[in-house]
Design a protein around this ligand. Structure first.
Ligand code: GLN
Length: 493
C-alpha cells in the first residue's frame, strides 16, 4: 500500500523522496480510494481529475528525478470547489456555476503545484460556502465518515470528509465564518483559519471579501503546518495579502515549552447555552493538559463575543449580496433558457440559487439599503471593531485562547436544515476569529458516542507559528481519536 487512511503527507513525502514509492503510485492509490469511497454515498467529491492527476504525478516524478526540492512531492490533495483549478469545473456547489470552467489556477493552487502536490479532485460544499453542514449544496449533501446519517459540518465538509475518510492526506477548504474549523471538528481532523491576508484570496470565489481565507485540512498539526507553509505568503494578485513573507511553520513544532506560556480561558464562551457537556469536558481536559505541563491558564473576558453571530450574519451577508450580483446570466456561468427580455432572464437565472443563498442576498441587500445601512451595516461594523478590541485586550494577558470549536459533535442530516437560526448557532465559537481577522486552529480532542470533538486555539494576528506549536503540544496530549466508520481501508472490496 502506498497510501491509506493513517498515512500522513509528511510520511508519504518521505517515502516518495527516498524512492520507496513514486508520486504516480501515490496518486493512483488516492484515485482508487476515492472511487471506492464515492460508492458509499459519502459524496465528498464533485469532480475527480483522474487523467490530469495521473499526468501531473508523472511530471512530479520527473521533477524529482531532476533533483528538484519539492516539499509536497506527490501528495494527493483535494480542493474545495470554490477554489479555481484551471481547466476544470469550479461549481461552488451551485447551479449558477455548474457550466463554468475555471480559466486559471488560484494562487494557492499554483503554490501547491510548485511544491509537487497533485490536485486529485474538487470537493463538495454548501452553495457558495454558505452553511455549516454541507447540506446546502446543489449536488446533494456530503455525509460524515464517522456516521453516514450525520453531517460532516460545513461549508468545507467535502474537504474534511475527504481527509477523514483517508481519500487524501491534505485538502484545502475556505473560511468566512468557521468553514474549515467547524467541519474539521465534526470530522475529527485538523483545520486552520489563517490570519486574514496570510493566504492569497486570488482564485477563491468571493463570499465575504473582508473575511474570506483559504485554510488547510489535514490529519495532523504537522501536516497542516506544511500545507500552510506552502500556500501562505504575499501575492501581487491580492491587494489584501500580508506583504511580509510567511514562515516555515513546520520547523521547530516540537520545541514549544509550555512553561511560561499563558493560555486564555474565555469565560463567556463557557457560559453559552447549548454547549454540549462532552465538548465542555474536552476543553477542560485540554486546559488541564496545558496547566499540568506548566502553562499558566488565565481566565479572560471577551465581553462582545455574544454579539458575534448577529454581527457576522449582518456584515458577511452584506458583502455576499454584493459579491453575488455578478451571477446574472450575462458574464459567465448559467443562463436560464427561454428568456423573453433582459429582466426576465435575470429573474429566471437568479431563481436557480438555492434557498440559503437567496435568503442571504435578500437580507444582505436589505441591510445595505438606504435608510437601513447605518442601523444594520454601520452598527455591525462598529461592533465588529469591538470584538477585535476584546481580543487585543486579551493578548495583553495571554498568548493564545483555548475554546470549543463547535457547541456539539456532528448532528443528524436534516435536523437543522429548515431552521436557519439553529444552523447559524453552530458558528458561535468560530465567527469571532473571522470578525477579528486572527488565526485559529481546530484539532481533535476526545469524542462523544464515537463522534469526534474539536478544541480550538486562537492567537494574535500573524501568530500562526506559535499557535501551531501550542496545537502540536495539545495534539501529543490528546486522547485517542475515534476511527471513522467509513474510510478508505473498509471501502476496499
Ligand atoms: N457557517 C458560516 C456561514 O454559513 C460560515 C461559512 C464559511 O465560513 N464559509 O456563513
Amino acid at each position: 500500500m502506498t497510501f491509506g487512511p493513517e498515512r500522513t503527507a509528511t510520511d508519504l513525502v518521505r517515502s516518495i523522496r527516498s524512492g520507496e514509492t513514486t508520486a504516480a503510485r501515490a496518486v493512483d492509490g488516492a484515485l482508487g480510494w476515492i472511487r471506492r469511497i464515492q460508492e458509499t454515498g459519502l459524496n465528498a467529491f464533485l469532480s475527480v481529475r483522474e487523467r490530469e492527476a495521473r499526468e501531473e504525478a508523472e511530471e512530479v516524478d520527473r521533477r524529482l528525478a531532476d533533483g528538484e526540492d519539492l516539499p509536497l512531492a506527490g501528495v494527493p490533495v483535494a480542493v474545495k470547489d470554490n477554489i479555481s483549478v484551471s481547466g476544470g469545473r469550479t461549481t461552488c456547489g451551485s447551479r449558477l456555476l455548474e457550466p463554468y470552467i475555471a480559466p486559471y489556477d488560484a494562487t494557492a493552487v499554483v503554490r501547491l503545484r510548485d511544491a509537487g502536490a497533485v490536485v486529485v479532485g474538487k470537493t463538495n460544499l454548501d452553495e457558495f460556502a454558505m452553511g455549516s453542514s454541507t447540506e446546502n449544496s446543489a449536488f446533494g449533501p456530503t455525509r460524515n465518515p464517522h456516521d453516514l446519517d450525520r453531517v460532516p459540518g460545513g461549508s468545507s465538509g467535502g474537504s474534511t470528509a475527504a481527509v477523514a475518510s483517508g481519500c487524501v492526506p491534505l485538502a484545502l477548504g475556505s473560511e468566512t465564518g468557521g468553514s474549515v474549523r467547524q467541519p474539521a471538528a465534526l470530522c475529527g481532523v485538523v483545520g486552520i483559519k489563517p490570519t486574514y491576508g496570510r493566504v492569497s484570496r486570488y482564485g477563491l470565489v468571493a463570499f465575504g471579501s473582508s473575511f474570506d481565507q483559504i485554510g488547510p485540512v489535514a490529519h495532523t498539526v504537522e501536516d497542516a503546518a506544511r500545507l500552510l507553509s506552502v500556500i501562505a505568503g504575499p501575492d501581487p494578485h491580492d491587494a489584501t495579502s500580508i506583504p511580509e513573507p510567511a514562515g516555515d511553520y513546520a520547523s521547530g513544532l516540537e520545541e514549544w515549552d509550555p512553561k511560561g506560556a499563558r493560555i486564555g480561558w474565555p469565560t463567556e464562551y463557557f457560559g453559552e447555552e447549548g454547549l454540549d457537556p462532552a465538548v465542555r469536558s474536552a476543553c477542560e481536559a485540554a486546559r488541564h493538559a496545558f496547566g499540568s505541563a506548566g502553562a499558566e491558564v488565565v481566565e479572560v473576558s471577551l465581553p462582545h463575543a455574544r454579539y458575534g453571530i448577529a454581527v457576522y450574519y449582518i456584515v458577511a451577508i452584506a458583502e455576499a449580496s454584493s459579491n453575488l450580483a455578478r451571477y446574472d446570466g450575462v458574464r459567465y456561468g448559467y443562463r436560464a433558457p427561454g428568456q423573453e427580455d433582459l429582466i426576465s432572464m435575470y429573474l429566471k437565472t437568479r431563481a436557480a440559487f438555492g434557498d440559503e443563498v437567496k435568503r442571504r442576498i435578500m437580507l444582505g441587500t436589505y441591510v445595505l439599503s438606504a435608510g437601513y445601512y447605518e442601523a444594520y451595516y454601520g452598527r455591525g461594523t462598529a461592533v465588529r471593531g469591538r470584538i477585535a478590541g476584546d481580543f487585543e485586550a486579551a493578548w495583553e494577558e495571554v498568548d493564545a485562547i483555548l475554546s470549543p470549536t463547535t457547541p456539539t459533535p456532528a448532528f443528524p442530516i436534516g435536523e437543522k436544515v429548515d431552521d436557519p437560526l439553529a444552523m447559524y448557532l453552530n458558528d458561535v465559537y468560530t465567527v469571532s476569529a473571522n470578525l477579528a481577522g486572527i488565526p485559529a486552529i481546530s484539532l481533535p480532542w476526545g469524542s462523544k458516542d464515537h463522534l469526534p470533538i474539536g478544541v480550538q486555539l486562537m492567537g494574535p494576528r500573524r501568530s500562526e507559528g506559535a499557535l501551531l506549536k501550542a496545537a502540536r503540544f495539545l495534539e501529543r496530549e490528546a486522547p485517542p481519536r475515534p476511527t471513522p466508520r467509513i474510510r478508505a481501508e473498509e471501502a476496499v472490496p
